[in-house]
Ligand binder design. Sequence first.
Ligand code: ADP
Ligand code: ASP
Ligand code: MG
Length: 416
Amino acid sequence: MSSDIMPRWVVLKFGGTSVSSRERWDTIASVVRERLGEGLRPLVVCSAFGGVTNALEGLLEGAMAGGFQQELDEIRAMHISLGEALEVDAQAVLAEDLSALGRLATGVYMVGEASPRIRARMLSLGEIMSTRLGAAFLSKVGLMAAWADARDALTSQGGLGLDAHRHYLSATCDFAPDQALSERLGRLDAEVIVTQGFIARDPAGETVLLGRGGSDTSASYLAAKLGAARCEIWTDVPGLYTANPRLVPEARLIRALDYREAQEIASTGAKVIHPRSVAPALRHKIPLHVRSTPRPEVEGTVITEGGQDQGARVKAISSKTGVTLVSMETAGMWQQVGFLADAFAQFKKHGLSIDLVSTSEMNVTVSLDPAANALEQETLTALVADLSGLCQARIIGPCASVSLVGRNVRSVLPRL
Ligand code: ADP
Ligand code: ASP
Ligand code: MG
């Protein structure tokens, strides 16, 4: 099919709970049919089944600790039973992946440790398996569906000084428009393509992950590369709320948001969209829609450029847990040149990304976000040792952060 007559892509991302039952897959099939009816070409991006990524981590820990059979059996049973609900022969469809998983676990068990590289290969199987069953199901219900390996579409960015954790487990990818990808996917003999969230390949061809919750980011990268009409994030709540609706039942659904506001809400802890998923959509002006698989009739939240009102107000409140603070105390920095530069250079040296910063005359405190940092005890100890030449450094944690997000919040502070 030549590109000028090819319908525009729409990327539909379904999270863990949105792919974990027959009922949800019936909804996915009907959303795909609706989008085909709109004249769009759907690319479905799926997470692993709910709980599977955690179960794979448990399998890995078990293998390192000396036993993993029970964990492996549970993961297999979960997929077989969902396969039965979907009327797909999971034993046959997943035979190779399940045996690869067993081999990897055995390898980890033999050596008693798992490198980030092996961890990435094991965790990637969650998304590989969910999409194989999903594609088989969509074919069974009469859609022409093809399975595609997301690793052939997304290449991670290397970069000097990237530690192994970041390289294999929290990678970022290029998302420039990719006509060749669009043509390659367009040539597949299918009306819907099913692919994985969360996984990519590094320039050497090794499997890498985009960080926990990273399937949203995969969807946004793919939408940007394909110049999609929009990117729909289908999840278990009807959109972005003024607070986490599971913690705050009175929270209200936000119908329209600007990319930058969505970015702030995401990066201050609202798990509903991954913080890295906003930038690719913003750069290529791809609308992001947040929708609910259990309640597909609700319009959800539309994230685009602008948003209507420019007035000062708080849009949302979000929180984050597992935050580590580094407090740096010194009398010597007052009116000195370069204290912050020297202190921050130590964070860079240890590969730590700083989130929030607060300063006073005698103290600078920064926060380290667990989603952006491996935060191993030995790294923190080495950081404190290196900082001690400059100041009295102290680690405080685990802490939580609570953020108010909105426009011109500064001007409404007195009222708040
Ligand atoms: P998925 O598996 O579909 O990716 P996630 O669990 O990652 O879903 O994200 C959805 C969850 O995000 C919701 O169940 C909700 O508890 C949580 N959440 C946190 N803050 C917000 C918010 N402001 N609006 C909506 N959901 C939120
Ligand atoms: N399955 C991965 C996770 O649980 C990625 C995702 O769901 O977005 O983190
Ligand atoms: Mg998520």
